[in-house]
Design a protein. Structure first.
Length: 179
């Protein structure tokens, strides 16, 4: 168990920043979340973290919206610079008609919600005083497709929905992660 409160919070910050980066399409944040030699494996997406970003963009960018909700995290510290974690997540994806990555989500010809529930099983390493992901394995626990009304927010008033650029009000909260 062990690990300091500061270590746990630093790891939680990385986990939260990851979810933010995916949902707001701030792919440039990933280099601050993964060690340069980090590996990633989750379903179709496998390889080093840089190839993960390329593969994830092909899956995520065509979505109208995504939201990754993080749940509980278990910590397994081994000394002062290694920690194994398991973090529960639920990821909602708004899939448009004509979605191109049919191996990830089928093209149903209508807007629908693709929901994935699972876990991130990570190995965090503290290098140079900084915790980052050294290895990530994503696991599916279940997946569901829902036809739903109102999931497309394209008609929402200006400022009422989130953005995938600097207009999003969260920009100030993640400025340190942006570089």
């Amino acid at each position: 168990m062990s690990g300091t409160i500061e270590d746990r919070e630093a790891i939680r910050d990385v986990l939260a920043a990851y979810a933010h980066a995916i949902d707001r399409r701030r792919w440039e944040m990933m280099e601050r979340l993964f060690h340069t030699d980090a590996t990633f494996r989750f379903g179709l997406v496998q390889g080093d973290w840089r190839s993960f970003v390329d593969q994830a963009r092909a899956i995520i960018d065509p979505c109208l919206a995504t939201q990754h909700q993080l749940g509980q995290t278990l910590f397994g510290f081994e000394g002062d610079s290694l920690c194994h974690t398991e973090t529960y997540m639920t990821a909602m994806h708004t899939i448009p008609p004509g979605y191109p990555m049919t191996a990830a989500f089928p093209d149903k010809g209508v807007i629908y919600s693709g929901i994935v529930a699972g876990r991130y099983v990570d190995r965090f390493e503290k290098r140079g005083g900084v915790w980052r992901i050294a290895e990530r394995t994503g696991l599916y626990d279940w997946r569901e497709f829902r036809l739903a009304e109102g999931v497309d927010l394209s008609d929402a008033p200006e400022g009422a929905a989130g953005y995938h650029d600097a207009r999003d009000p969260s920009t100030a909260a993640v400025r340190a992660w942006l570089g």
